[in-house]
Design a protein around this ligand. Structure first.
Ligand code: 0X9
Ligand code: ZN
Length: 379
């Protein structure tokens, strides 16, 4: 694949397959779901071994947003072929699940009949086709920025998960959900990095971490060509819109770090981004993804070592945590399971773990607040 043209679905699928052949043992194809017209939603899994935490990336849920397709393909290409040290390390350290086209019927239609098509291609009623797949997820469905009118581009469908694409992809995401540490959706356009939720700017448990990590990633994005992105909550930075993919992934799949990119540009060419911007766009996006992984680790996410909790269900280890203040709430939050995991890894890998212990404490202190943390340990 060259980075100076937009490709059709079959070309992309062939390209993915050729990569699997060239990178046997590391790259494999996964079917994450199915479209209304029975096309497979194909993704690339990149894995250098079992037991790793996962990073999930999806693009082209909106058919006309062609720059997202090529950007996601570029990420796959770099992870498999780059000589850059950080990129190679990131490729080895995580299981990557990467889906360039999550709306294949719409994508094909946008190539063959209507370049500005956005939705899927299910027949609804009268002359109307298509549901907006980014309004059809079962998270605050139809609460804001969605339509009940099938003629509209933001038609949310007759019910949450009424569509084959969202239903099957959500099942796939759920099946690997507790391994996913970072989830990225790619859309265009607007040069934004969005965090949940689509109807409220109320900060969730790790909202500040998410914004901080996101801003730093966008700093890295800007270095190569000076492209500026704004990081912010969906409802504030773009508009209120619910039933979106990342909201569901955050709320229901409980993935710690979840972002939606709105790629180039800011409206000059919009969805029709000229082909000479493909490579620069893809390069700067890749810079940001690598920085995001780096920053996420610095903030205490992305625990490597890949220990799966169920391995330890019969373990004699007991985890005792004594805190005050928002203790109970923290117990229920993802932050707690993160600390728990870190401690399990630290203890069970049976290696000197001063760094992990430190990271654990840093994270715990951020979670509970300095001074509130009394004791964390094993018996
Ligand atoms: O409206 C959308 O779905 C996205 N913008 S786009 O121009 N690509 O259509 C924004 C999605 C924000 N995310 C959620 N609403 N969850
Ligand atoms: Zn979109």
């Amino acid at each position: 694949m060259q980075w100076d043209a937009y490709y059709e679905l079959l070309d992309i699928q062939n390209w993915l397959w050729n990569l699997v052949v060239a990178h046997r043992g590391v790259a494999s194809l996964v079917v994450g779901g199915e479209s209304h017209h029975r096309r497979s939603i194909i993704g690339m899994k990149i894995s250098h071994g079992p037991g790793r935490r996962a990073i999930f990336i999806e693009g082209t849920m909106h058919a006309r947003e062609w720059i997202t397709t090529t950007a996601v393909c570029y990420i796959i290409n770099e992870l498999l072929t780059s000589n850059d040290t950080d990129t190679r390390a990131a490729a080895r350290e995580f299981d990557w699940y990467i889906f360039p086209v999550t709306n294949p019927d719409g994508y094909v239609y946008s190539h063959q009949y209507n370049r500005m098509w956005r939705k899927n291609r299910r027949y609804i009623t009268g002359v109307h086709y298509g549901v907006d797949l980014n309004r059809n997820w079962n998270s605050n469905w139809l609460v804001a920025g969605s339509s009940t009118n099938p003629a509209m581009d933001n038609y949310a469908g007759p019910g949450p998960f009424s569509e084959m694409e969202t239903r099957s992809m959500s099942a796939f995401i759920s099946s690997i959900g507790d391994r996913i540490e970072l989830f990225l959706s790619f859309h265009s356009f607007g040069q934004l990095l969005l965090v949940p939720f689509g109807n409220s700017s109320e900060p969730y448990a790790n909202y500040n971490d998410s914004i901080n990590i996101g801003r730093r990633a966008m700093g890295a994005l800007s270095v190569r060509y000076g492209t500026q992105y704004v990081t912010g909550n969906i409802a504030e930075a773009i508009y209120k819109a619910t039933g979106g993919c990342i909201d569901w992934v955050k709320e229901r799949a409980r993935v710690p770090l979840v972002y939606c990119y709105e790629l180039r540009d800011k409206g000059d060419d919009g969805f029709l981004l000229p082909e000479d911007q493909i490579l620069p766009n893809n390069q700067e996006v890749m810079d940001s993804v690598i920085e995001m992984v780096h920053q996420a680790k610095r903030f205490g996410y992305m625990a490597t070592g890949g220990v799966q909790t169920h391995t330890y269900t019969n373990s004699l280890l007991m985890f005792i945590i004594v805190g005050i203040g928002n203790f109970e709430q923290s117990l229920l939050s993802k932050d707690f399971s993160f600390i728990f995991r870190l401690w399990l890894i630290a203890a069970l890998e049976d290696i000197p773990v001063p760094l992990k212990i430190t990271a654990c404490f840093d994270r715990a202190v951020r979670c509970f607040g300095r001074g509130k943390l009394l004791h964390i340990g094993f018996t």
